[in-house]
Design a protein around this ligand. Structure first.
Ligand SMILES: Nc1ncnc2c1ncn2[C@@H]1O[C@H](COP(=O)(O)OP(=O)(O)OP(=O)(O)O)[C@@H](O)[C@H]1O
Ligand SMILES: [Mg+2]
Length: 254
């Protein structure tokens, strides 16, 4: 088991935001994290990568408690693409992706051939190689998102957390990015809103509601009409796609 959370809890003031979450992601598998707005997906991802500290409970990476790991070690192995990632300074696309190599380099060392290869491969994987010298701030929303994903890939992580990585992406790039991530063979947790895409690309799903996990399992076990009704308040018809064999959800307007 690569990523495990044991009774993870987080509060802000008097509000319970993540409530006793127990999750397991097997090595090399993709877990889709679903749930309505405000259900705690981003908060949970930030707890897993230690951008926030848990109030109680434990996050483990291959059995080890992340709170006992050095930040530098965690940064070398875990990459996080945030929901609204920004890059403030006047950096080029290539500079932004090079930031992904920072945990692997000592402060003053120049970029090695290995660093250059990782940056080049990451840009190619998200089809942004031709934009390497463009200023990040001049990119479109979807292009920025792809560059942030490239930065995470350049980090060569063993665990990858993605918070709504398909935000801003056109349908072709949504399918390409999720297809790419699902074939990387690294352990991933992806927060997603599109239930059909989650069913297509994730090995397992976990559903959060008001900070609690209310369902986990294979997509066809989790994405039932009852769950979609109870958690998202939407009527749906769920069938198995004859094309890809995964769930296909159609929403019914009242
Ligand atoms: N530091 C904080 N102080 C107060 N409330 C917070 C804090 N952090 C998160 N929250 C609240 O916790 C809830 C969960 O937020 P979170 O961003 O994790 O939701 P989410 O599932 O990612 O939602 P979305 O789908 O909109 O991205 C929200 O109601 C949010 O306002
Ligand atoms: Mg969020």
């Amino acid at each position: 088991m690569s990523i495990v959370t044991e009774n993870v809890r987080f509060e802000a003031g008097n509000t319970l935001i993540v409530n006793d979450v127990n999750l397991t992601v097997e090595t090399g598998k993709v877990l889709g994290l679903l749930g309505p707005n405000g259900s705690g997906k981003s908060s949970l991802l930030r707890l897993i990568c230690r951008l926030r500290n848990v109030r109680s409970g434990i996050v483990r990476l291959e059995e080890r408690d992340v709170s006992t790991m050095a930040r530098s070690e965690l940064a070398r192995r875990m990459a996080f693409v945030e929901q609204q990632a920004t890059t403030e300074t006047q950096l080029t696309v290539k500079d932004v992706v090079r930031l992904g190599r920072t945990p692997h380099r000592s402060v003053l060392s120049p970029l090695s051939a290995k660093d250059d290869t990782a940056v080049h491969q990451a840009l190619t994987r998200v089809a942004m190689e031709s934009r390497a010298s463009q200023l990040w701030q001049t990119l479109s929303g979807g292009e920025r998102q792809r560059v942030h994903i490239a930065r995470a890939l350049a980090q060569c992580p063993t665990e990858l957390l993605l918070d709504e990585p398909t935000n801003h992406l056109d349908i072709q790039h949504q399918l390409e990015i999720l297809g790419l991530v699902s074939k990387l063979g690294i352990t991933c947790i992806i927060a997603l809103h599109d239930l059909n895409l989650a069913a297509m690309f994730c090995d397992r799903l976990a559903v959060l509601q008001r900070g609690e996990i209310v369902a986990t399992g294979a997509p066809q076990q989790v994405l039932t009409q009852d769950l979609i009704g109870n958690v998202f308040g939407v009527r749906a018809h769920v069938e198995t796609s004859p094309i890809h064999g995964r769930c296909n959800i159609q929403y019914i307007l009242d």
